[in-house]
Write a protein that binds this ligand. Structure first.
Ligand SMILES: Cc1ncc(COP(=O)(O)O)c(C=O)c1O
Length: 347
């Protein structure tokens, strides 16, 4: 292993911080027939008059069982975007530290760097969207705290090579965040199974994609108990609301329904991939392990506008590095996919 030392990565103010202690943190024994007069809530029951569990224990218990991890390895957030922001705020000193991101990738890593006033060192993916280990390690200096890896990657769709990621986990002394927002669409193994091997590994997942719950905002962070404890210290006390917790519990138990939806999306994707071969202005169809496909066309602005005319909104990714004239198509229902295919062939 490298010289990873979590303590040396934590911001001094976070280390020194005495976290806010909420009423529900101080007294959490919900099961007893107690009278709760400690949180200045309205006592009349309507289902949400009480503050939610700040540690979301029921949601975490289900996740822990399903994923084979312990409760102390899980932190939940208001979407994975909140989780990613917490990671910045715990470990990156504004105007001093830096992070490494690997464009073309999910834009929020860079936006969060800007919000937190942290330098973002961009090291482009190479060779069909794989990390360039030498260039990444060259970019690392003593202020580099975080390395963001998105796998499967948005917008390219591919899984990043496991041996390359392993090499980075071993060589980089900071934290490696592997964003697995799309992992449920992939046949590749999740990095969750490697948490024990790498104390510098953070895996993020979300209920927004395969789980079909983008509207409730629930992001998940898996890491060592030590890393989770640091993030817990700075998270807003009630960051995951009661309605979200309730809906997540219901949905997480719908394992068969979710699997069925993923299968249907995968069948739709394979059909779209085949049909795209017949569209003469499609120049490249990039391999995808996600619920979307990136395609290079002759003129992305023109094709985007034509699709819009036909009532179909896709994502134009042309402004991203290495994505010139690229459109990203999310896989929809069978009818939606057919509408897209028909429109593409007519244009
Ligand atoms: C790679 C990646 N990570 C995270 C997110 C956001 O996830 P959430 O909805 O949990 O904030 C997205 C959304 O598009 C994404 O593409």
């Amino acid at each position: 292993m490298n010289n990873f030392n979590l303590n040396s990565l934590i911001r001094p103010n976070v280390k020194a911080l005495k976290p806010y202690s909420s009423a529900r943190d101080e007294f959490k024994d919900f099961d007893q027939d107690m009278v709760f007069l400690d949180a200045n809530e309205n006592p009349f029951e309507n289902g949400v008059n009480r503050y939610p569990d700040p540690q979301q224990r029921t949601v975490k218990k289900i996740l822990a069982e399903q994923k084979g991890v312990q409760l102390e390895n899980i932190l939940l957030g208001n979407g994975s975007d909140e989780v990613l922001d917490l990671i910045y705020r715990a470990f990156c000193e504004p105007r001093e530290d830096n992070v490494i991101t690997l464009p073309p990738t999910y834009g929020m890593y860079g936006v969060l760097a800007n919000i937190n006033n942290v330098e973002n060192k961009e090291v482009l993916l190479v060779n069909d969207f794989q990390p360039d280990v030498d260039a990444i390690l060259k970019a690392v200096d003593k202020y580099t705290k975080l390395l963001f890896i998105c796998s499967p990657n948005n917008p390219s769709g591919n899984t990043l090579d496991a041996a390359i990621i392993e090499n980075l986990l071993k060589s980089f002394n900071g934290l490696v965040i592997i964003d697995e927002a799309y992992v449920d669409f992939s046949s590749e193994e999740s990095w969750l199974n490697k948490l024990q091997n790498y104390p510098n590994l953070i895996v993020t997942q979300t209920l927004s994609k395969a789980y079909g719950m983008a509207g409730i905002r629930l992001g998940i962070c898996y890491a060592s108990a030590e890393i989770i404890a640091v993030l817990n210290k700075i998270k807003p006390p009630y960051n995951v609301n009661e309605l979200t917790q309730q809906r997540a519990i219901e949905r997480l138990e719908d394992v068969v329904v979710i699997e069925n939806e993923i299968n249907i999306i995968t069948i739709g994707k394979n059909k779209l991939l085949e049909e795209l071969l017949e569209v003469n202005y499609v120049e490249t169809i990039y391999p995808t392990d996600s619920n979307f496909v990136l395609v290079k066309v002759d003129n992305a602005d023109k094709r985007y506008a034509q699709l819009l005319e036909k009532g179909i909104v896709v994502r134009n990714r042309s402004s991203q590095p290495l994505c010139e004239n690229c459109l990203r198509f999310t896989i929809g229902t069978e009818q939606e996919n057919e509408k897209l295919i028909k429109a593409l062939k007519e244009m």
